[in-house]
Write a protein that binds this ligand. Structure first.
Ligand code: BMA
Length: 428
């Protein structure tokens, strides 16, 4: 089928309308013939009728099947565009599972090639693997959680080679005083970045490091590996220097746009999809309060952790979080954006059936692209099970759900290639 792409603006997004040229020929050629050499009025009317119906049918079918959003970066590489289109396609069928630092370390091991706690429980890697760039800005060889950046690059290449997805968060130190960490809650940091050229120059230099790292992620043919970048996250809270309590709405949104423009336009980084992910939120208005605009965000997400306490029962957490997921789904639909639960988890997983009892009712049938649980950092700080862990059996049940996707399901879909129909035999 020959496709012609027409772009038009809607809600600030570019929508691809795909129209079949043969179908157009079928519709218009008879129209021309008919008008030129019409035999009689009646047959002309009949012809027009048929043509109109054919046109309406074509438009309905092709819009419904193929209408999709392109990345905010018009120069996004072909693989990055394909990834974004495939994220939209796969989100209609189920949800991918992701885990932070999955290949780097787990409970009782560090940097052992091929290992993954998730794989050791279910026999398969997660579909999505998260990494953090914190301390890249300081030119340190290892990130804030001791993952060497060279190893991270290599792991990201492995994930890509297996057909999976890499997502990057960034916990940078404070640009006003780089000796202070990401949690240093100095008020007005963003304001000072914009006010003081020396601080701005420092932030630019930090972004240079990020740009160089993303550009250094290369696939086997030298192509740039597409990634999801989720900077300045959890900003509805005030624990990071870019948080709600330390900047105005105008400062935060300007800072987000500056960051995207710098990487995309100034540094020419074109293998990135940008994810916006506040922490918990009470309403649609609260979610969108610091939203930088449709031209600056590809993926809409949020982070929320399950922290059981007497006032937050499992049922309460599920109901509350599900409400947020539904609000997010509505916003995603309106804006034609991919949606995700970008970070979640229950630390130490003491609830044996947490996966099917808590996570599934939160995420099911909501159109979320992926859900990512946080890192297995220490025996008192982990979010995915390992063999023998209390929730491991339930995690296997979660893994077997037909609409929960791990690495092989996603690999079978060739997500860096042009979207095609799902293959037979895949869970998708
Ligand atoms: C937090 C914890 C920290 C870690 C930080 C950044 O949630 O896991 O130990 O340093 O994320 O990854």
């Amino acid at each position: 089928m020959v496709l012609k792409r027409l772009y038009y603006k809607s809600c600030g997004n570019y929508i691809v309308k795909a129209i079949s040229l043969p179908a157009f020929k079928q519709s218009f050629v008879p129209l021309l013939c008919c008008t030129a050499g019409c035999i009689n009025q009646k047959s002309k009317m009949l012809h027009m009728h048929k043509i109109l119906l054919l046109l309406l049918f074509n438009i309905a079918v092709f819009q419904g099947l193929i209408a999709q959003t392109l990345p905010i970066d018009p120069k996004a590489t072909p693989e990055t565009k394909n990834l974004y289109l495939n994220l939209q396609r796969l989100a209609k069928k189920g949800i991918m599972f992701g885990h932070q630092d999955d290949l780097a370390y787990g409970i009782g091991w560090k940097y052992e090639p091929g290992r993954s706690d998730v794989k050791e429980v279910v026999g398969e890697y997660p579909a999505v693997v998260g990494w953090d760039l914190g301390h890249l800005e300081l030119k340190r060889p290892v990130n804030l959680d001791s993952v060497p950046f060279d190893a991270m690059r290599n792991f990201a290449q492995q994930v890509y080679a297996r057909g999976g997805i890499n997502t990057f968060s960034w916990h940078p130190n404070n640009p006003v005083d780089p000796s202070k960490d990401t949690w240093f809650q100095q008020d007005s940091t963003i304001k000072q970045v914009f006010a003081d050229p020396a601080i701005m120059a420092r932030y630019d230099a930090w972004l240079d490091e990020v740009a160089a790292f993303f550009k250094s992620l290369k696939g086997p043919k030298g192509e740039a590996i597409p990634v999801i970048f989720r900077p300045l996250h959890e900003h509805t809270g005030s624990w990071f220097w870019w948080g709600r309590g330390h900047s105005t709405v105008a400062e935060y949104t300007k800072f987000w746009r500056y960051t995207v423009d710098y990487l995309r336009n100034k540094k020419g980084v074109h293998n990135v999809l940008y994810a916006y992910s506040p922490d918990r939120f009470e309403s649609r208005e609260a979610y969108l309060e610091r939203y930088p605009g449709d031209e600056y965000v590809d993926i809409l997400g949020f982070d929320i952790y399950h922290r059981p306490n007497p006032s937050d029962s499992i049922d309460h957490f599920v109901a509350n979080t599900r409400q947020m997921v539904q609000t997010l789904a509505e916003i995603g639909k309106e804006k034609n954006k991919v949606i995700t639960l970008s970070e979640t988890g229950l630390e130490q997983l003491p609830v044996a059936d947490w996966w099917t009892r808590t996570l599934v009712p939160v995420v099911q049938d909501a159109g979320l692209s992926y859900v990512l649980v946080w890192r297995n950092g220490r025996p008192d700080h982990f979010y995915a099970p390992y063999p023998g862990q209390a929730s491991a059996e339930d995690f296997k049940k979660f893994y077997q759900l037909p609409n929960v996707f791990f690495q092989k399901d996603v690999a079978a879909e060739n997500i860096y290639k042009k979207p095609t129909k799902s293959k037979k035999g895949s869970k998708l």
